[in-house]
Ligand binder design. Structure first.
Ligand code: SF4
Ligand code: SF4
Length: 66
């Protein structure tokens, strides 16, 4: 399960670009900082590698084992 704190996101798209399963797409709605956060649109494809969590410079993503 992927938890995103949208308002921490600064829209760098590292998570979107580096996810090996292309889980994320970019939202068309801005967050409180004026950036477009990711949405985990293919969460069922996630392999739990945690690249997104580890690479996010704003610590906005948490990958939680269910
Ligand atoms: S844990 Fe890995 S596969 Fe899952 S969303 Fe993050 S980068 Fe993608
Ligand atoms: S890596 Fe973090 S800051 Fe960058 S777009 Fe993804 S959630 Fe936002």
């Amino acid at each position: 399960m992927i938890e995103i704190d949208e308002d921490l996101c600064k829209g760098c798209k590292i998570c979107t670009d580096f996810c090996p399963k292309e889980v994320f797409e970019t939202s068309d709605k801005i967050n409180k900082k004026g950036y477009y956060p990711p949405i985990p649109v293919r969460e069922d494809e996630c392999i739990g590698c945690r690249f997104c969590e580890l690479l996010c410079p704003e610590f906005a993503i948490a990958v939680v084992n269910e």
